[in-house]
Design a protein around this ligand. Structure first.
Ligand code: NAD
Length: 371
């Protein structure tokens, strides 16, 4: 089968969907065409792909393949290059109904890997986790860079420097990695999440969990989440959380917010009043900015200073670690392909398979809606 690996065209997208490592494995059974320059930002030059067995070609050739591997959904021009009936694998945004309709119009068979269920069998193809892990790491480094003081406690001949206090809001994959990274840099860490099992994970990394009490059974039930994801919490609980967060944020030097609810706007966790109460020179990295942000003052794609606080609203932090983000993403894609390619090396899409069914967002001109 012909497999195409186009270069990404979205501004700021540095990743590539297949690396020389995964291309080498694919070339054992397939004809792989990599667009010239596709791996440029990810430390994967054309000659590395050629050495792995790929043919280096144009965008037209890469998009014309029976199976196209992408990071982002193709734009209108790119969709136009694809053959009707071709398969497309990528982070296609399963909640972006316009893009999905456009893919269906081209009669593409599209797989949005973000929609994979959180079951053990799907772990090796979990793109949200692989990319969030990298983003959580990078968020701490960006914060440390913007912060005008040290992260660790230091005792020097010129006096003692206090360790930075870091507050992590939302402890999923990104938040856990942010805790681990801030810990390695010597910070003192507190963290908050709605899901009760997170407390133990936070404490096992040496951070303190901010307990927001549950008053009703309904609150406790909603906080369990669904399918491994959080659900929107009732207003009363959010108010109690905001009061506690306000007190902890006043003492913090760095706040990293990661709280997301699939398919919805991100919850507001750091209100303007809280920012106003924070120390001058404190830093907020709002990792939820792509979904509207956890802090209303952060601005998409910008670093701004408001009320003396540095607010970083960089989306897609994983793109700032392009080589490893691509390496992990490409392995996720490679593992997923095992589910849709049969022993003869042909596309064989089993719609009864739980993972395939979840990620197949359109086929035969039809969009399959998310819940
Ligand atoms: P996410 O990116 O969807 O959200 C980030 C975090 O924000 C979550 O922990 C969520 O609970 C939290 N959050 C939402 N609203 C909040 C609020 N109001 N206040 C504070 N926090 C709030 O989450 P994620 O990184 O995708 O991970 C979610 C969970 O799924 C984690 O426990 C992770 O370990 C688990 N997971 C399981 C598997 C698997 O079993 N295969 C794979 C990946 C992740």
């Amino acid at each position: 089968m012909k497999i195409g690996v186009p270069a990404e065209s979205k501004p700021g997208e540095t990743r590539v969907a297949a690396t020389p490592e995964t291309v080498k494995k694919l070339c054992a059974r397939h004809d792989v065409i990599v667009q010239s320059g596709a791996g440029l930002h990810a430390a994967a030059p054309d000659d590395a792909y050629a050495a792995a067995g790929a043919r280096i070609g144009s965008a037209e050739e890469a998009f014309r393949a029976e199976l196209v591997l992408k990071v982002r959904a193709p734009d209108a021009r790119e969709r136009g290059l694809m053959a009707p009936g071709a398969a497309l694998v990528g982070m296609l945004d399963p909640f972006d109904t316009d893009t999905l309709a456009a893919l269906a119009d081209r009669r593409l068979q599209a797989f949005a890997l973000e929609a994979a269920p959180r079951i053990t069998r799907a772990q090796s193809m979990d793109v949200l986790s692989s990319q969030a892990n990298i983003a959580g790491y990078k968020a701490v480094l960006m914060a440390a860079n913007a912060y005008g003081r040290f992260m660790p406690m230091l005792m020097t001949a010129a006096g003692t420097v206090k360790a930075a206090r870091v507050l992590i809001m939302g402890v999923g994959v990104a938040g856990l990695q942010a805790i681990a990274t801030a810990k390695r840099l010597g910070a003192v860490i507190e963290a908050s999440d709605v899901r009760p099992p997170v407390k133990e994970q936070v404490e096992s990394l040496g951070a303190r969990f901010i307990d927001v009490p549950f008053v009703t059974d309904e609150e406790r039930e909603i906080a369990q989440g669904a399918g491994g994801y959080a659900r929107p919490m009732p207003a009363d609980w959010m108010k109690r959380q905001a009061e506690l967060v306000h007190e902890r944020a006043r003492l913090a030097d760095i706040v990293i917010t990661t709280a997301l609810i699939p398919g919805r706007k991100a919850p507001v966790l750091i209100a303007e009043d809280t920012v106003r109460a924070m120390k001058p020179g404190a830093v907020i990295v709002d990792m939820a900015i792509g979904q509207g942000g956890n802090c209303p003052l952060t601005e998409y794609g910008k670093t701004v200073v408001k009320h003396g606080v540095i607010l970083i609203g960089e989306p897609d932090l994983a793109t700032l670690v392009p080589a490893d983000a691509s390496a992990l993403y490409a392995r996720n894609v490679f593992d997923f392909l095992k589910l849709i390619i049969d022993a003869e090396g042909r596309l064989a899409v089993d719609r009864e398979d739980e993972i395939v069914r979840a990620v197949l967002v359109c086929a035969d001109g039809q969009v399959f809606r998310r819940q």
